[in-house]
Design a protein around this ligand. Sequence first.
Ligand SMILES: Cc1cc2nc3c(=O)[nH]c(=O)nc-3n(C[C@H](O)[C@H](O)[C@H](O)COP(=O)(O)OP(=O)(O)OC[C@H]3O[C@@H](n4cnc5c(N)ncnc54)[C@H](O)[C@@H]3O)c2cc1C
Length: 371
Amino acid sequence: MSKDICVIGAGVVGLALAKEMAKRGMEVEVCDMKRKISDNADKASGILSKKGLDSTGINYNTAIVNALDGAVIHSKNEELRIKAKETKAFILDRAALSEICKKEAEAEGVKISLGRKIDKKEIKELQKEYKVIVGADGAVSTVANAFNFPNISDYILTYKAKCTVKQVKDKNVVDLYFDNNITNRFFGWVAPHSDSIIEIGVGVDSKFKKNSKNTFDKFIENPDISNIIGENEIINGQGSLIPINTREKTVIKNVLLVGDAAGQVKATTGGGIIFGIKCAKTAADAIWENITYGKDLRIYETEWRRKFGADLYIHKLIHNYYSLLGNNQMDMLLKTIKVLKGEKFFSKYGDMDSPKEMIKKFFFRNLVKNQ
Ligand SMILES: Cc1cc2nc3c(=O)[nH]c(=O)nc-3n(C[C@H](O)[C@H](O)[C@H](O)COP(=O)(O)OP(=O)(O)OC[C@H]3O[C@@H](n4cnc5c(N)ncnc54)[C@H](O)[C@@H]3O)c2cc1C
């Protein structure tokens, strides 16, 4: 074991981890099977909270496509409108974000080899060569597979596309559509990229064995959506998948997993970038202590679960709850939230990443007011 760290996967999470390690003076190599860093970037969306993005340390400004200050949650017959007074989130161009992450990692001295697919046999060889191996290789992780990490049991199959329309309703608001007969255990979305370009997407639980493109076709029959699309052409359709539960183990010997490979994703929305990067920073600390002082790498497992486990768990509970609701029950839920003045509460205190913080605010806001 003469070399320091090999990261398999140059997604945003793998690159964030590599940058953190290089900053600490470690020798880091990253390899990825893609030929260009931006390949496949369009398979996923890029809706990220401003607060979360600011915490990553990534200089993301040039990747911003649009700013969001609200969301409308639609059930069959109800709508919940959340509208903040300020920008809460950005839609980023995923290809541009990948380029930025690559440049920032390289500026710290990270070596990145593209066009290099690592198979199970080669990973075992690399394990002997490097002090630490990081699997940042996404939802279907070859690293996890090679070292028999526990499986991820829940996946959402997705399909998303773009469309140029005459005029979007509100350029700064994303629409989420819940219909458990179509997008089972997930939802469909319409995200404005500009006054006239929208992204339309769906997710459906893989257990339903539905084709995500067929689900998409069914989703866009919704009169709300078909009216927006009109006669315009839908372009750049792509399918992918999102893991929505964490692996029970993310460290085995000198191998650890981060990001989608570890299932560090918000089960409510499928957003994985912010938590993936936060966990990557925790991993970087653990690797540094392991290489420098010989400390046990399993501290990574304990630490990321201590810092982010509760939030990811609450996301999972919320997802489990909404995914069990039939359409009438979803109508009732939205009605009840409105009666409880939830629209006002979420507009003021809504936090896309940390339900823990939101729950605290919900229960203690009167206390804070009265102090
Ligand atoms: C439709 C959709 C919408 C989404 N929307 C959002 C959103 O709005 N906000 C958000 O935060 N997240 C969103 N996500 C999730 C987000 O895209 C992921 O959480 C994030 O990309 C995970 O980053 P990663 O670096 O862990 O993995 P990835 O981005 O999957 O990167 C893994 C890398 O590993 C490489 N690789 C895999 N196997 C090998 C191998 N054997 N050898 C070499 N290289 C390999 C791949 O080429 C890839 O580059 C969305 C996902 C989807 C599918």
